[in-house]
Ligand binder design. Structure first.
Ligand code: BEZ
Length: 211
């Protein structure tokens, strides 16, 4: 079953480096950044794990809990974690799911047989506190993810949800937002009393920091 945006993500119970979890309960009232990597003790994965650990405060500020997964067991995750900490000068504090039988990787379609039948690709699922899928993306084994983009898209998703706006190409926090076509001019005027700019009837922007 392909997971689509807006779907409730499948729940599961699993062992992790921080003990057993049931996924939905573990997410609780926060959001989750659930990401898979192919194999422990590999170079690109080491940089990604380290980067996630280094960004702990950035995720926490956004009320997002990171959680990794690969098809290795907890013992391997823990041993490799020491390498990640040493080589990336950080401390892993988020859980990594053990999935040696690929049960969860298959549930989330993280196994792409064109890449490998035993290891997960670099899948990302951003999940909200209602356990709904807000974003998914998939990178191949050979290319590490861009964590600036992961934080940027979390910001965009959270602002879009809070303020009923859309965000343009290459949007960064502080940039103008877009008023969606589903919002009438009258409703936009009520929502943004300091005004908005109309470039085309369908292209209206607003300074959400001033609003
Ligand atoms: C890596 O993390 O470096 C890696 C893992 C699996 C395949 C290719 C690269």
């Amino acid at each position: 079953m392909t997971l689509l945006l807006g779907d409730t993500v499948p729940d599961f119970s699993a062992d992790t480096t921080l003990g057993p979890i049931t996924f939905h309960d573990w997410i609780g009232e926060k959001w989750a950044f659930f990401f898979s990597h192919p194999v422990d003790f590999t170079p690109v994965c080491t940089t990604e794990m380290g980067r996630t650990a280094q960004l702990a405060e950035e995720f926490a500020e956004r009320c997002v809990k990171p959680i990794g997964l690969s098809t290795d067991d907890v013992g391997e995750h823990l041993k490799w974690g020491e390498d990640v900490n040493d080589t990336r000068s950080t401390t892993l504090r988020f859980p990594i799911v053990a999935d040696p039988d690929c049960r969860i990787a298959k549930l989330y379609e993280m196994i792409h047989p064109g890449e490998s039948v035993t290891a997960a690709v670099r899948a990302v699922f951003i999940i909200d506190s209602d356990k709904k899928l807000r974003l998914s993306m998939t990178y191949p084994m050979t290319v590490g993810r861009n964590f600036d983009e992961i934080l940027r898209v979390i910001d965009a998703l959270q602002i879009s949800a809070r303020k009923r706006v859309a965000l343009p190409a290459d949007w960064r926090p502080g940039d103008r937002a877009i008023i969606p076509p589903s919002v009438s001019d009258a409703d936009a005027a009520a929502q943004f009393p300091k005004g908005f700019e109309t470039t085309r009837p369908y292209l209206r922007t607003v300074d959400i920091d001033a609003a």
